[in-house]
Design a protein around this ligand. Structure first.
Ligand code: GLN
Length: 202
């Protein structure tokens, strides 16, 4: 049986990811405990408020189970989730997991523009360049992306989705637009990781 994809369900935009995965024929499971997480093959850290998410992760003692899971499985950080995955966070500085060699600046798009919708350019592996709608909600900006990262989407010449190994970080909300492209790509990473661990077990 194919294991489902976890969506961390402590706070933020959980349900729209579940709907998007189910449109693609996949089960997305809201998770709140280490045991629920362990039954899954990938994890989405949804958008919300990164400071609140950090506090809840500490409160429920999830930092270690999340780090163990991330070492072996694909994780996709979306907006606040991308902030958690970065190596360094600015405006203000705050703790983060450091799973991707990124510096991100919170709420980086200025006051009148704090939330907006605009086209983003997709450059997904093995696919022709495409566009999708990017819903930016008090979004962070990737201000530094170190070696080993692949840029999968850009807006205004800046990366808005990057991949590092089997991890993804997206600064906007793909679950709130009609495009399935990035969810499809994340599922391909989850399936690749499952295949790799299958081969290791074989
Ligand atoms: N501004 C939020 C933060 O700094 C992120 C916003 C979002 O996830 N849409 O955590």
């Amino acid at each position: 049986m194919v294991r489902p994809v976890a969506i961390l369900a402590l706070q933020g935009a959980v349900e729209p990811h579940r709907v998007k995965l189910s449109e693609l024929g996949e089960e997305g499971v809201p998770v709140r405990t280490a045991a629920e997480l362990a039954a899954c093959r990938g994890l989405i850290l949804p958008g919300g408020e990164s400071t609140t998410l950090l506090n809840l992760i500490e409160h429920y003692r999830l930092a270690e189970p999340l780090a163990e899971f991330a070492a072996a499985h694909p994780v996709w950080g979306v907006c606040a989730g991308a902030i958690l995955m970065a190596e360094r966070v600015e405006n203000p500085e705050q703790l983060s997991f450091g799973w991707m060699p990124l510096t991100v600046r919170r709420n980086a798009y200025g006051r009148q523009n704090e939330s907006f919708i605009d086209r983003v350019a997709l450059k997904l592996p093995g696919q022709p360049p495409a566009q999708m709608e990017g819903v930016f909600i008090r979004a962070p900006r990737i201000v530094e992306a170190n070696g080993g990262l692949t840029v999968l989407a850009e807006h205004g010449g800046s990366p808005v989705t990057v991949q590092y190994g089997h991890h993804l970080a997206t600064t906007f909300h793909p679950e709130l637009s009609s495009s399935q492209a990035l969810h499809r790509h994340f599922l391909s990473l989850c399936d690749g990781a499952a295949e790799r661990s299958g081969r290791r077990l074989a």
